[in-house]
Design a protein around this ligand. Structure first.
Ligand SMILES: C[S@@+](CC[C@H](N)C(=O)[O-])C[C@H]1O[C@@H](n2cnc3c(N)ncnc32)[C@H](O)[C@@H]1O
Length: 242
């Protein structure tokens, strides 16, 4: 497996990744501010990814499940969820719903503070039978949580083909493909540069609440309420008078 690291401006990681999506990517990672990491099975494909300055590394193919087994254990999230590795057989403590993490390279496996912030915000703004959409759904963990909590529907979309293939009820694309005022709770855990561009679309599709994360502690969005911080990352809510 070949890993390519592409430096970029902090906040532009998803924009850079979006430009690579026509290539034969095996996996992608935009968690490191200022660096986009992408993996390819063949070195020839990896070389196609380079724009300006980049580095290519050869890596052993990882067994994600094995590396996860040593690192992950179940944990409570918010008031109602119990986040567990998928191999955990024990039931959730009374009153909590068991939500299985997704080992692997897709974002949204449950180990990132912004995903945890989104799960907690989803719980706070959830009403039984509501409709939920996760814009940039990664592995689909937030949709899975919404369904466990009792959502009528929980759709996802992502520019990344492998995310759209992995997440349940997801499509490859973005919020512009979703009908106007069709979603009660819209979630977007994406870097600020992308969020600012897609915010009008989020307002167009949202009926009630927009939950945003993926922002650093010092980044702000006008009109934000319900601001929560975890390990230097924030989540916030937009509730315009629709
Ligand atoms: C930080 S991950 C969030 C994954 C998951 N929602 C979570 O909270 O754990 C952001 C995802 O947004 C996707 N993405 C970036 N820009 C997007 C856009 N304009 N529309 C849809 N998805 C986008 C990326 O491919 C990535 O999978």
């Amino acid at each position: 497996m070949w890993r390519v690291e592409i430096p970029c401006a902090i906040g532009d990681e998803d924009i850079v990744l979006a430009q690579l999506l026509g290539l034969d990517l095996a996996a992608a990672d935009t968690d490191t501010p200022g660096i986009v990491k992408v993996w390819f099975a063949a070195r020839n494909d990896a070389e196609q990814a380079g724009g300006a300055i980049f580095a290519i590394f050869e890596e052993e193919v990882q067994n994600w499940n094995e590396s996860w087994q040593s690192e992950w254990s179940a944990q409570p999230v918010g008031q109602r969820l119990w986040l567990t590795p998928p191999w955990e057989d024990a039931p959730a403590p009374q009153g909590r719903l068991k939500l299985a993490m997704h080992p692997g390279t897709l974002f949204g496996n449950g180990d990132h503070p912004t995903t945890l912030l989104c799960l907690e915000a989803l719980e706070r703004h959830f009403t039984p039978g509501c409709t939920v959409a996760d814009i940039g759904c990664g592995s689909g963990l937030l949709q899975q949580a919404a369904k466990l909590l009792g959502a009528a529907t929980a759709i996802g979309c992502d520019l990344d083909f492998s995310a759209a293939q992995t997440a349940p009820d997801a499509f490859q694309g973005s919020a512009d493909a979703i009908a106007t005022k069709s979603i009660d709770v819209v979630i977007a855990n994406i870097q600020l540069g992308v969020l600012e561009r897609i915010l009008p679309e989020l307002h167009r599709i949202a009926r009630r609440t927009i939950i945003i994360s993926g922002l650093l502690e010092n980044q702000h969005v006008e009109g934000a309420t319900d601001i929560h911080i975890k390990d230097g990352w924030i989540s916030l809510t937009l509730k315009p008078p629709y």
